[in-house]
Design a protein around this ligand. Structure first.
Ligand SMILES: [Fe+2]
Length: 263
């Protein structure tokens, strides 16, 4: 048998084993959504893709994912997200923590618009969106990117990392500070869920109080220096932020008007 054929057979075996492991982890009753378990399996697997003894990879993947599952306090992504954000922000940046709690509350308010899996992603991303302000996570100074990189290292679903990375017009700020290439590692999904995250961030003030979009912009301009990249970036991302808020409000309005099926 040629070496290539042996390799192909071995790879097929490893693939099948990992699929069984994933099914088992999902079945074992954890409240982590199956899509999240899948993301974690993929993420752990990619870490070991160059392992010398490929036969050990399934075992290593299983151990890694189990450790991530165990790190989820109540087994739910949103609980892990809240606890992690609290640990990173509450003491060092209490005002940012108050804002974060407000944004997560807002996201919970609108989450009913989406299917269960999307809801979990939105709420987790809302808890985690400003985590990159924590000094221990500061790497580039672009909080969206620093937060997303930390979450990637923690093995969070790529979707949550990308929602955090791209939230509230991050791309325009990244362009101004020369971090576009780094931020491009995370895709902006430009979806209603992404809009809802931006909406949640753009309608809650720095102390966690609800604000209109206009009030939020005014408070941003009043709080930051005119030369701050966040303020300069408003020239490029202001319309996009407004559009995300408008689309979410329109969705809320349309869905509120819909008769509830079966009633
Ligand atoms: Fe925020």
């Amino acid at each position: 048998m040629s070496a290539t054929l042996v390799e192909v057979l071995r790879k097929t075996q490893v693939d099948a084993q990992i699929q069984r492991i994933e099914a088992r982890l999902v079945r074992e009753g954890s409240m982590v959504p199956p899509a999240v378990v899948h993301e974690w399996v993929e993420s752990a697997w990619s870490r070991f893709s160059r392992a010398r003894v490929q036969a050990f990879v399934p075992l290593l993947v299983e151990r890694t994912v189990r450790s991530w599952l165990a790190a989820c306090p109540a087994g739910r992504l949103r609980d892990w997200a809240r606890d992690t954000a609290e640990r990173m922000l509450a003491t060092e940046l209490p005002v940012r923590w108050a804002h974060t709690q407000g944004v997560a509350g807002r996201a919970e308010e609108v989450a009913w618009l989406f299917p269960a899996e999307d809801r979990e992603m939105l709420i987790a991303a809302a808890w985690l969106h400003d985590i990159g302000y924590a000094s221990q996570l500061m790497e580039t100074g672009l909080h969206q990117l620093d937060g997303a990189r930390f979450l990637t290292r923690q093995g969070l679903p790529a979707r949550v990392c990308a929602l955090v990375a791209q939230h509230s017009g991050a791309a325009a700020v990244a362009a101004l500070v020369g971090l576009s290439d780094e931020l491009a590692a995370f895709e902006d999904e430009r979806s209603p869920v992404r809009d809802a995250l931006w909406y949640s961030d753009m309608t809650i003030g720095p102390e966690g109080r609800p604000l209109s979009f206009a009030e939020r912009l005014a408070e941003l301009r009043g709080r930051r220096e005119p030369g701050d990249p966040v303020i300069l970036a408003l020239h490029y991302n202001g319309d996009e932020r407004a559009a995300a808020v408008r689309r979410t409000e329109a969705l809320l309005e349309a869905r509120t008007r819909l008769p509830i099926a079966g009633h």
